[in-house]
Design a protein around this ligand. Structure first.
Ligand SMILES: [Ca+2]
Length: 373
């Protein structure tokens, strides 16, 4: 083949590929602005002034301005057990943060004999012009028991409108603890802001760790969000198949590992939800999986046509998944290819949608509507 023809073929091929990519991005109802690059980020939270706190799994908490200016690591954080799925996890603000400066961090904590578990610490965030300090730190919650392995910590944090703290607690890849009422693994727990036990929790009269439990039978819940009616929803990773979106109802049992619409990785069957109606079935589920890493219910003004919709950040599916609700059920209506594993999603103070990619070199993206054409 003459060199000129070869060059022409290559350039035509490149044009076709680029046109296809451009078309795919043009079809998306948003622009994704790259704001910053991080190393294995896990979670983010917005300060009242619009800056973001972002956690990195290895144990750094960073403050990032809306245009990407990144602080030094905030000092005084607890030591985290980094490895596998573990490390520094979620970050959230106390409902009265403006008054008390208190934030909450979840993380994997080392224990005796190669055991570990998620913990939640709260403390005061004291900012300065280089970064800041995490002070007056106290651990307010721990997974019980600590177990071997480095998976399925869960540990997303969320306050409700009444100031109760919800923590999603994964079953640490140990299956049965999700049904064990003497363990808080595989549960969603509900606490006061200082970690003390509300006396109106569904199992409060049983005392001990049982009194923390709000719902049980979860696997690895990585996204929790309230809708406008105050109803709690969660997304969780299924085993081989069977990722779930659940309507989280006080005292309910979501059935894992007794039922799942997925099956064990070794091929062994787990009976589907339909076989055991005494367990709460998911509002919707995914096979093949989307691997939801984070979840919000959108209520901003910037994407008015998504108001009230669920938005999930997909890890293995490398996607943003849009979900519509219909009473107690829900269904995926749209999926946008993001090209990378997506770890986390948050709604910003002015209605932009912020997403974090996963792993090293992960980008912080700000999604805004495209200019009107
Ligand atoms: Ca099954």
């Amino acid at each position: 083949m003459p060199e000129s023809l070869m060059k022409r073929l290559i350039s035509v091929t490149i044009c076709i590929v680029m046109a296809a990519c451009a078309a795919a991005e043009d079809d998306r109802p948003f622009l994704a602005e790259e704001i910053a690059t991080l190393s294995e980020p896990w979670a983010m939270a917005f300060l009242p002034d619009g800056r973001l706190l972002i956690t990195e799994k290895k144990g750094r908490l960073l403050l990032i301005s809306q245009d990407g200016l990144t602080s030094n690591a905030i000092s005084g954080l607890p030591e985290v057990d980094y490895g596998g799925q573990g490390g520094l996890g979620d970050v959230t603000l106390h409902p009265d943060y403006k008054l008390n400066g208190i934030i909450y961090l979840s993380y994997a904590e080392a224990g005796e004999n190669d055991r570990r578990g998620a913990a939640v610490a709260r403390g005061r965030l004291v900012l300065d012009d280089r970064g800041g300090k995490f002070e007056d730190v106290e651990v307010i919650w721990r997974q019980v028991p600590k177990v071997e392995g480095r998976g399925h910590y869960g540990h997303r944090l969320l306050f409700d409108a009444d100031g109760y703290l919800f923590i999603s607690s994964g079953e640490r890849q140990k299956f049965d603890p999700a049904q064990d009422m003497q363990s808080n693994l595989g549960k969603i727990v509900r606490l006061h802001d200082d970690g003390s036990l509300p006396d109106d929790n569904p199992f409060a009269d049983q005392g001990g760790v049982t009194a923390q439990i709000w719902t049980l039978g979860h696997r690895n819940p990585l996204g929790i969000a309230f809708d406008a009616q105050g109803q709690l929803w969660n997304v969780e990773m299924g085993p081989r198949g069977g990722d779930e979106l659940n309507r989280v109802v006080r005292g309910e049992n979501y059935g894992y590992p007794i039922v799942s619409n997925g099956d064990h990785y070794n091929g062994k069957d787990i009976p589907d939800h339909g076989t055991r109606p005494e367990f709460a079935a998911p509002a919707t589920w995914w096979t093949p999986v989307i691997s939801p890493g984070g979840f919000i219910i959108y209520d901003g003004n910037l994407f008015p046509y998504w108001a009230g919709n669920g938005l999930a950040a997909g890890l293995s599916s490398k996607s943003l998944v849009r979900i519509e609700f219909d009473g107690e059920t829900a269904h995926e209506v749209e999926r946008f290819n993001m090209g990378k594993r997506m770890r986390a999603i948050k709604q910003g103070p002015k209605g932009a949608i912020w997403m974090l990619e996963d792993k090293k070199g992960a980008r912080l993206l700000k999604l805004i509507p495209p200019p009107a054409r």
